[in-house]
Design a protein around this ligand. Structure first.
Ligand SMILES: [Zn+2]
Length: 133
């Protein structure tokens, strides 16, 4: 699935309005760290959208990281709405992001509403877990 090649000038799947190579692209490539929990959340959504398992696993807290990550390749993640954030700035060690991620499979649309928790581990934001509501 990492063969899902996108041009860097394309708009980032996380809906920031920025080109991929100025937004989540360098974070997925490991060239830049996410400065905030929200930036990491966005990069993980983008990783889901482009099927980047490596980034999803690398940005997962070692305590909660799944051993194997099965991505549903038939599910297309096409829209992210960040609803609220708390903490998660460069001055925090924990953060929460509430979001709705929209997906479709064939013509059927669905969404995931989640409150995700993040921690800063060795200077790097990582995803801990989330509560789906
Ligand atoms: Zn992005």
């Amino acid at each position: 699935m990492s063969t899902n090649v996108r041009s860097g000038s394309e708009r980032c799947p996380c809906m920031s309005g920025l080109p991929l190579d100025e937004c989540c692209g360098p974070i997925l490539a490991g060239e830049r760290k996410a400065a905030t929990a929200e930036a990491l959340m966005r990069s993980r959504f983008t990783a889901f959208a482009v099927g980047d398992r490596d980034h999803l696993l690398a940005s997962w807290h070692p305590r909660t990281r799944p051993r194997v990550l099965d991505l549903d390749d038939t599910l297309q993640w096409y829209r992210l709405d960040i609803e609220s954030t708390s903490g998660g700035t460069p001055f925090d060690t924990t953060g929460e992001v509430v979001f709705t991620a929209h997906h479709r499979r064939g013509g059927i649309r669905g969404s995931l509403h989640e409150r995700s928790r993040f921690e800063r581990l060795d200077g790097q934001w990582v995803y801990v877990d989330g509560v789906v509501s």
